[in-house]
Design a protein around this ligand. Structure first.
Ligand SMILES: NC(=O)c1ccc[n+]([C@@H]2O[C@H](COP(=O)([O-])OP(=O)(O)OC[C@H]3O[C@@H](n4cnc5c(N)ncnc54)[C@H](OP(=O)(O)O)[C@@H]3O)[C@@H](O)[C@H]2O)c1
Length: 265
């Protein structure tokens, strides 16, 4: 018999946040479609979650930086009439001084953090809007807010720039979706225990990291709360309201056709 349960698709579910989220969603009673490149990991997770929870867990092996494989996932999404949650989570760091990183790494960073989330959301939304139900969640990072800051961590221009794209994109998408019954939420994790920093902790072996399970919990509850920006470790969520007010003030003050005084020479 065909399943009638709601279906969630999670990219990058072969480890870390994606794996924890797939597990949480399955335990909550959703069927889950997991996507990543490492077949053995996906197969093992699907088998374990099905046995433990009784829901259907299917997997797609795909490199989301490869246009053809991305298209294959887009096509599958468009066919899934039960899809009510898409989580764009797959990603990697690729840190390094911008002038020195391999151009192909910069390409892959934008492909995984920008192009893939856009294409998969574009594939999922028409069906969700027609059904007046569903959500798209994009996993960005607290580094999306880091543009004006001098952090002790150099070499994140491409990664953080891509994550701020996801922040602005999701905020404006949420506005477009108002009244449609479909949500858009962006999640800004801080430092999370996963394979992201290198298997076994890597560069951040001495730093305390939050758990991927807590990020999954914040995503599930953030959606219930109707949040557009979910910051799992930010206690005072009104800070985002203050940020919004400052951005509004800057945009309003600059809404002029007159060249600003400091440029008149
Ligand atoms: N860990 C942190 O401190 C942190 C903080 C803020 C935001 N984030 C974001 O959280 C998300 C998840 O990262 P994580 O911390 O859970 O790291 P992770 O354990 O390394 O997981 C990354 C996942 O993305 C998948 N992936 C990577 N490249 C892919 C590709 N080309 N095609 C398909 N799947 C791909 C990996 O699977 P395969 O290798 O099997 O393909 C893996 O399942 C990322 O977007 C990351 O930027 C992480």
């Amino acid at each position: 018999m065909e399943s009638t349960r709601n279906l969630a698709l999670v990219t990058g579910a072969s480890s870390g946040i994606g794996e924890a989220l797939a597990e949480r969603l399955a335990k909550d009673g959703r069927d889950v479609l997991i996507v990543a490149r490492r077949r053995e990991r996906l197969e093992a997770l699907a088998t374990r979650l099905q046995a433990e929870t009784g829901v259907e867990v299917d997997f797609l092996v795909a490199d989301l930086t490869d246009p053809e494989q991305l298209l294959f996932v887009e096509d599958r999404i468009a066919q899934e009439s039960r899809l009510d949650l898409l989580v764009n989570n797959a990603g990697f760091a690729g840190y390094g001084p911008f002038a020195e990183i391999e151009p192909s790494v910069a390409d892959r960073l934008t492909a995984i953090h920008i192009v893939a989330p856009l294409r998969l959301a574009r594939a999922a939304l028409p069906g969700m809007i027609a059904r007046a139900r569903g959500a798209v969640v994009n996993i960005a990072s607290l580094l999306a807010l880091s543009g004006p800051l001098r952090l002790p961590m150099a070499g994140r221009a491409t990664y953080a720039g891509a994550k701020s794209f996801l922040l602005t994109f999701t905020q404006l998408l949420a506005t477009e979706l108002e009244g449609s019954g479909v949500q858009a939420m962006v999640c800004l994790p801080g430092m999370v225990e996963s394979e992201f920093h290198g298997i076994g902790g890597g560069t951040f072996a001495d730093v305390r990291l939050m758990t991927a399970e807590d990020v999954a919990q914040a995503i599930v509850v953030g959606l219930e709360l109707g949040e557009t920006v979910c910051a799992p470790t930010l206690e005072d969520a009104t800070l985002f309201e203050r940020l919004r007010e400052l951005q509004q003030a800057a945009l309003t003050a600059a809404r002029s056709t007159e060249l600003a005084g400091r440029y008149k020479r």
